[in-house]
Ligand binder design. Structure first.
Ligand SMILES: Nc1ncnc2c1ncn2[C@@H]1O[C@H](COP(=O)(O)OP(=O)(O)OP(=O)(O)O)[C@@H](O)[C@H]1O
Ligand SMILES: [Mg+2]
Length: 497
């Protein structure tokens, strides 16, 4: 089904998030949308899906104007959307989540059987491996993503909007998703695909529209070079191969010995793991998601419950102390999920920037907040980290995905620390911001901090790491230098020695 947007404009107060945007997507076309963090991509898609109402402009489906005031309207016209942040309810099953909002009942009971049948059919058609009765919270993110897609497809979406679906996926899961997109395309489904990964765009898109500051910059073919795309997006050249200066590693800052972490059912997620990170070096943990890296990062700041072994920070045992004490002992922690562990959405940007220091000097003075310092410091960080916000007093929830990530980075990388634990630090960032974060992490390294980088982006690992430890099923299965080939690293990550 074809879809066209004409003159879509949306303001939030004084900010023009979408400025007279035109976009045309043909039947069976994969149309990628590229743009900086805060360019207005999600806003535009939320308008098409009826979650946000435009101030002006038109949406045409098959050349006929349609009025979309709410998601139910969008679904009626065959428009489905997978959102930037998951909208699934963890304690419900796959089938229950898919039924949600569209409940059909028989004699007063929810008729889930119909839904389950449809899920099985779709799962077969697209070669998904999904059990309709699994609880969402027990599923890896890649599978949750598929549930979101099935949720959109089950009601016959002819236009599918995917807002950064690959941000949380492993390279393998991403490849699978791209191939699902091609299958959908061959059946005539139109797809609007938002991503920050230029390689994916070139791989799968028919056309690419670049948005900057709420305006369409250009629509180009998919053979446009990555350099050109990047510079159209951010308006300057981008270099993702930062200069790494020679730093001589100093003393051991993080010393982990025989660390084991179990889940609430007693199953070992991390098994007798040992590793050391020295001052002035970046140790990257490479691994396919779900092999214990999340738990490792969380254990270091004492966010995990069932932990044994030893974690020393600068020779002092920190295992078992509080989260706050861990941070104050000198750890910067960038969690893999900004929504879950990084921010309090309803708090302002200012408040989020002082979450872990709000009660100590200089943020607090004589038991009270010190607004002069706090506000000045926020303004400084917003500027330095290029956080695109209207006001530092706006809630974090009003920020675009990438700008939320920048708030977390700004807070954590502006404290005096010994160790930086960075879990997926560039998730959801545009290429310009990624370049900036790389520089920042390297500056931390030059300042003799120890850095533990957990990343599922191979390029990132190879670019930044001094040493790479591969984690597989909760154990470190090998260590290599950053001159290792992608192929060898990939094999190690898959558990092949
Ligand atoms: N509900 C809201 N209230 C106020 N401002 C908002 C709201 N929603 C979005 N904005 C602002 O509109 C602008 C565009 O945001 P949007 O989420 O569309 O960006 P995006 O292109 O999707 O960015 P990202 O790549 O980071 O996801 C941002 O400056 C954002 O802060
Ligand atoms: Mg967005």
């Amino acid at each position: 089904m074809s879809i066209e947007l004409k003159g879509i404009t949306k303001k939030f107060g004084a900010l023009v998030a979408n400025d007279s945007i035109d976009l045309k997507v043909a039947r069976g076309e994969i149309h990628a949308i590229l743009g900086e963090n805060g360019a207005g991509k999600s806003t535009l898609m939320n308008i098409v899906y009826g979650l946000v109402n435009a101030d002006s402009g038109k949406v045409l489906v098959e050349d006929k104007e349609v009025i979309i005031n709410e998601p139910a309207d969008a679904l009626k016209y065959g428009i489905g959307m997978v959102h930037q942040h998951f909208m699934l309810i963890p304690v419900f099953t796959v089938a229950e989540n898919i039924a949600l909002g569209r409940e059909q009942s028989k004699g007063g009971f929810l008729s889930l059987d119909e839904i389950k049948k449809k899920i099985k059919l779709l799962a077969e058609e697209f070669k998904f491996d999904i059990d309709p009765d699994s609880l969402i919270e027990n599923l890896p993110v890649g599978v949750q993503q598929r549930v979101e897609i099935i949720k959109a497809l089950i009601y016959d979406a002819k236009v599918l909007i995917l807002d950064e679906p690959t941000a949380v996926l492993t390279p393998q899961e991403t490849d699978e998703l791209l191939s699902i997109m091609r299958t959908l395309k061959s059946k005539g489904t139109s797809i609007i695909f938002i991503t920050h990964k230029l390689r994916e765009v070139q791989d799968v898109a028919d056309k690419i529209t670049i948005i900057r500051l709420g305006k369409v910059v250009n629509t180009v073919a998919s053979n446009t070079s990555q350099e050109e795309l990047a510079s159209m997006m951010v308006g300057r050249q981008v270099d993702l191969a930062p200069n790494k200066t020679e730093v001589k590693p100093g003393k051991i800052i993080l010393d982990i010995n025989n660390l084991s972490v179990s889940n609430s059912l007693g199953r070992k997620i991390i098994d007798s793991l040992s590793l050391q990170v020295r001052a002035g070096e970046i140790l990257a943990i490479a691994g396919v998601q779900g092999n214990g890296q999340s738990e490792l990062a969380r254990a270091i700041v004492n966010l995990e419950d069932h932990v044994s072994g030893s974690i020393k920070l600068d020779q002092k045992e920190i295992l078992g102390i509080t989260v706050q004490d861990s941070l104050r002992a000198g750890i910067a922690y960038i969690p893999e999920s900004r929504e879950l562990d990084g921010l309090i959405s309803s708090f302002s940007i200012v408040e989020n920037l002082i979450l872990d220091v709000h009660d100590i000097s200089p943020a607090a003075k004589k038991g009270r907040l010190n607004p002069d310092y706090i506000n000045d410091n926020s303004a400084k960080l917003v500027n330095e980290f290029d956080i695109r916000a209207q006001s530092i007093f706006d809630p974090a929830s009003s920020l675009s995905g990438g700008n939320k990530q920048k708030v977390v980075l700004a807070r954590e990388l502006s404290r005096e620390v010994k160790l930086v634990v960075a879990s997926q630090p560039t998730r959801g960032l545009d290429v310009g911001s990624i370049e900036f974060v790389y520089e920042k992490l390297l500056a931390e390294r030059s300042a003799n901090r120890a850095i533990l980088l957990l990343s599922s982006e191979l390029d990132e690992v190879l670019e930044l790491a001094d040493r790479i430890a591969v984690i597989y099923k909760g154990e470190i299965v090998g260590e290599v230098g950053s001159d290792v080939s992608r192929e060898k690293l990939g094999l190690m990550m898959a558990g092949i020695k």
